[in-house]
Design a protein around this ligand. Structure first.
Ligand code: C6P
Length: 417
């Protein structure tokens, strides 16, 4: 069972026993078996540090932000804005006002598609996405294209689940107004060469948005070093609360873009004749935000920083390698997504066994995986399937859990055939 990758030899190992104690849900049983949670790409579990921060906020601070001069409103505002500072450092953004709090990745992409689209898109323009996008990075752009009379262009995916970069270069015409691509695929696990993609697009003056929903749970990202123009992520996949997310946007774009939604907090002055808008980032934060969620996200970032991405990456590389090698040895099992650079996500299909049957049989053994199209229907069509089974690992998963999974999977396959 022991596997040690080269990277593991250089990085101190995670103290998994201590880490797992931070996640109360991991000690639950399901159908009488210890929970094996391999559905981390859908949502991450929450450490006590996040749970207690949210609990403490409601017990000791709860008030609205940016609105009152009383003690608790000031306390809530300071805690909320402190998280903005944490996210700025986490992403290495230049300015705090480049960090916009949203409901999640979907909301962040919709914001850019609607607002950037309204300002910069006209009939005949093109938007370039890839064939491995989540529906959240397809549909908002289709809506923007419909509104402007623009066209959606798609970078094809190769058989191993990597992007066809030669086609990307061909598709990067003068008509493209923005490139929006996923950093790490939720279905294939592919980690895209985004730095190269951004550099090529910038040579032609085209901005790039990154969907980082599945990247940040596994690796650090530096928006200054990447030079991306926009980046979206969700708090809940990053071991924080649901209903909160982030849009990073370069100041120069955000300043030019019109508000996405109207309401409280995003205005400077309102009259029936004319409304003027607040400065960044508030121009894009209409209404009472998810204050507890934002503060909980700050606790999740502190927690991840405390563990360290180097150790997380080394551990997850070992999990991925260990699970992949065992799954490849199972007759009739095909892994979809075998690109050389992958995060710890494994999608697979098995001859004669429907993914949902496999998922149900694994659940009986206390093992949580996801089955279905994973909100990537065009990608499913590309690989000639309608659904896959998907096991996705986080830093708190163990090699022992993979042993349990492989044994149960083999049993499930024999029951289906
Ligand atoms: N993928 C999955 O099981 P929200 O729902 O807004 O937090 O995230 C949407 C989203 C956007 N981009 C990518 C790459 C994603 O993986 C997701 C969410 C989950 O794969 C739920 S469908």
């Amino acid at each position: 069972m022991a596997v040690e990758t080269d990277i593991m030899k250089k990085v101190p190992a995670l103290d998994l026993e201590a880490i797992r104690k931070d996640f109360p849900i991991l000690s639950q049983t399901v159908h009488g078996r210890p929970l094996v949670y391999f559905d981390n790409a859908a949502t991450g579990q929450k450490p006590l540090q996040v749970i207690e921060t949210v609990d403490r906020y409601y017990r000791e601070t709860n008030s609205n932000v940016h609105r009152g001069i009383h003690f608790f409103s000031d306390k809530a505002t300071r805690a909320y804005e402190e998280t903005r500072q944490k996210v700025k450092s986490f992403l290495n953004a230049t300015h705090e006002h480049e960090i916009i709090f949203t409901k999640g990745t979907t909301d962040s992409i919709n914001l850019v598609a609607a607002s950037f689209g309204r300002k910069f898109l006209k009939a005949g323009d093109e938007i370039l996405i890839s064939g491995m996008e989540h529906h959240s990075n397809i549909v908002p752009w289709q809506l923007a294209c419909e509104a402007a009379g623009a066209h959606l262009k798609v970078i094809p995916v190769l058989d191993n689940g990597a992007l066809d970069l030669a086609k990307f270069t061909e598709l990067l015409s003068g008509r493209v107004k923005i490139v929006s691509i996923v950093h790490t695929s939720n279905t294939l696990g592919t980690v895209n060469p985004v730095k190269e993609i951004i550099a090529q697009a910038h040579e032609k003056g085209i901005p790039v948005m990154l969907d980082a929903a599945q990247a940040l749970p596994h690796q650090a990202l530096d928006v200054t070093q990447l030079d991306c123009d926009f980046l979206a992520f969700s708090g809940h996949k990053l071991f924080g609360p649901t209903g909160v997310g982030v849009l990073y946007g370069k100041e120069k774009w955000l300043n030019e873009m019109p508000p996405y939604q109207g309401g409280g907090d995003m205005i400077r002055d309102v009259s029936f004749e004319k409304t003027t808008y607040n400065e960044l980032p508030y121009k894009f934060e209409a209404g009472t935000p998810n204050i507890a969620g934002v503060i909980g996200l700050g606790a999740a970032i502190d927690y991840l920083n405390g563990i360290g991405y180097e150790a997380i990456q080394a551990h997850e590389a070992a999990l991925l390698q260990y699970a992949t090698s065992q799954m490849e040895a199972i007759e009739g099992l095909r892994i979809i997504g075998t690109a050389p650079h992958k995060a710890s996500v494994i999608s697979f299909v098995v001859d004669g066994a429907h993914p949902s049957d496999l998922g149900t049989l694994l659940d009986v053994n206390g093992i949580a995986i996801r089955t279905g199209h994973h909100c990537t229907q065009p990608l499913m069509a590309r690989f000639g399937v309608t659904s896959t089974a998907r096991a996705s690992f986080a830093f708190y998963n163990t090699l022992g859990e993979i042993d349990i999974f492989i044994k149960a999977l083999k049993n499930a396959i024999s029951m289906c055939s």
